[in-house]
Ligand binder design. Structure first.
Ligand code: NAD
Ligand code: ZN
Length: 245
């Protein structure tokens, strides 16, 4: 895409009263974290996500699911936020009103300084009891299998598994932001996991300009302006153009 397209989009960003952004695994790619499909590589290649990220999988083999998350957690703790995460933290400071909606569970947005953050799928570094729901401290957790809560239930990662409901209040806020915003950024998501993917449609129907940032042009929702490339490259350029006048 041309510098001209970027400047035009930067103008829209600067003029917007409310900017909302929806991020997915692709924004953390440049931090070295595999996307969902890629996370099936290496040691874990023989498992499908459906076999690991479901309540049924946890009931069947809690130790297996726990070990997969322990591995993903170790990747997250070795990773750092990248330029795209920092650009969104800056956007929060510059835009009159800003809402960040993420499907990621890696906590990198918070580590980059974002505060107006709706984590629709939870956080891989938090734990709660699968039976009573109580939150548990995060230090001294074993890698081999889930420890037990005082109630006798097993601890599980505080993430939303396939087949589970998203946190209602967060989803409601996200839908409100999508409906109200002037510009809706869709960054690094394949847009196939609902209900998060439905937010783009809400934004569009309510007249927002939708901008998609993804190296895979086919991932862009119909009707979106496409910026084809890496988020860590394009997003900082866009934000810099919009607010450094
Ligand atoms: P996805 O893996 O389905 O899609 C990733 C998208 O990112 C793809 O469209 C890909 O083309 C794009 N992408 C790849 N590199 C990119 C880059 N450098 N810049 C911008 N885009 C890039 O991920 P999803 O849409 O988030 O949905 C899958 C589910 O996986 C989510 O529910 C999420 O909770 C979970 N997940 C989260 C993490 C994480 O927290 N980092 C990692 C893996 C999976
Ligand atoms: Zn309990």
């Amino acid at each position: 895409m041309t510098q001209q397209t970027l400047s035009r989009l930067a103008d829209h960003l600067r003029e917007a009263h409310h900017v909302a952004a929806l991020t997915g695994a692709g924004i953390s790619r440049e931090s070295g974290l595999p996307t969902f499909r890629e996370a099936q590589s290496g040691l874990w290649a023989r498992y499908r996500p459906e076999d690991l990220a479901t309540p049924e999988a946890f009931a069947r083999d809690p130790a297996l699911v726990w070990r997969w998350y322990a591995w993903r957690r170790s990747l997250v703790s070795d990773a750092e936020p990248n330029a795209a995460h920092y650009a969104l933290a800056r956007l929060e400071e510059e835009a009159p009103h800003f809402t960040l909606i993420t499907q990621n569970v890696d906590g990198l947005h918070r580590r980059a300084g974002s505060r107006q953050l709706l984590e629709l799928h939870g956080d891989i570094t938090r734990f709660r009891c699968a039976r009573c729901g109580r939150y548990a401290p995060t230090d001294d957790l074993p890698d081999e299998g889930p420890p037990s809560c005082d109630c006798g239930g097993l601890l599980r990662p505080d993430v939303v598994w396939f087949g589970e409901a998203l946190p209602g209040a967060e989803l409601e806020h996200a839908a409100e932001a999508a409906a109200e915003c002037d510009v809706f950024l869709v960054i690094g998501t394949s847009g196939v996991v609902y209900p998060a993917a439905g937010l783009t449609g809400i934004a569009m129907r309510n007249g927002a300009r939708v901008i998609s940032i993804n190296p895979d042009a086919s991932a862009a929702p119909a009707g979106a302006v496409q910026l084809t490339g890496n988020a860590a490259d394009l997003l900082p350029r866009l934000v810099e153009l919009a607010y450094s006048a």
